[in-house]
Design a protein around this ligand. Sequence first.
Ligand code: G3H
Ligand code: 13P
Ligand code: ZN
Length: 394
Amino acid sequence: MALDSYIRPPQLNTDRKFPDNMLSAHALLSRAKNGEKGSKKEKRYAVPAFNVTTIASINAAFTAYEMLGSSGLLAFSNSALKFLGRGDAVFGLEVVHDYVAKLAKRSSVKIATHLDHGDYIHDSGRKVVQEAVRTLTSVMADCSTDEKAKRPTPLEANVGLTREVVNMAHPQGVSVEGELGVLAGEEDEDTKSDFSTYTNPVELERFLRETGVLMLAPTIGTMHGPNKGKPGQKVKLNVQLAHELLKLADSIDPRICFVAHGASTLYSQVTEYAIRTLEKGNFSNGSLQKWKDFVGTDWDQIEGLIEAGFCKINTDTENRQTFLAKLLGTVAQEAAKIDIRYYDTATTEALTQSYIQKLIMAGNYGVWHDPKIDIKKFKFDLSKSLADAVGGAS
Ligand code: G3H
Ligand code: 13P
Ligand code: ZN
């Protein structure tokens, strides 16, 4: 065991002042785990982490949060940061920091910015993680898989690397999410895993004690991407293991919050809308079959995990599906509108609907103020505009 693992990991500095209306992800998750809404205490809820990749998707998320009074967690993958930073992820962090801080300052809700799947194993990724500690309010130190060797990182190395990130981040008030176990599926445009392993409880105890992370992504059977199983077959999570791990983590430190990666649901409204459009159009390259083969995570099981204490649910794929379905439908209806904003508005409104849908499902509304729309009137429907879907309000 490394010498510094005997020294207690640094505590998260909860006195850190972030820009106006910004908080660490852990601060938002704690409130969710304790069911805190305003000054009231209610049922547990979860914070969806939306993988935003464009200015339009950031705007859509803010609109959804503000309509519902939700806690907002914007997740940025390395490739999203590269995209936003014109090929340079570190520059992407600057762009994101400035833009989100400006939006948050004039917002009615509170926001966390999170580096998703931060790669602290390779030099290029390490630089991004270091800069993210300076510019975001939360980072994930994803040191659980050696993608080059196609096997889990040895526990010793995962603990050591994650602990280095905690040493850097916690004194700055930046919360850290660790991962233990290997998640299947595509987690980054450069990172695909065709194998997976469940989190081992004995390893979990050592990982939590020695790293000091307050957010943990265990692997319990969820997977990334649009093909989480076979059509017609329910995705089966290892719920029993999830409960065992939660109990263990709670006994070590009740502030620890669990995270479900690969939590995208498949919205039937979205697939049906895309399939209808593809069937009517002249698309001949197998896209229709691909849409028919998509399988999402089973929401009933995710709901059970939220009740048990998972309080961050990572959702990317379902929002990409919403965006693409709406783009297909909009172009099918009107393919000669010479105005970028026409197509952007349609897809951004659709994304907003997707975010609202997940926030409502996760119970994440009324956290900072009462919803500005009637939750019961919201109907996720891609054939409608946002104003119509939320029942007339805009
Ligand atoms: O799990 C991670 C996300 O799905 C990120 O995907 O790297 O293509 O942005 P991306
Ligand atoms: P999905 O592919 O299920 O959206 O998962 C996204 C994710 O885990 C991002 O970290
Ligand atoms: Zn993930």
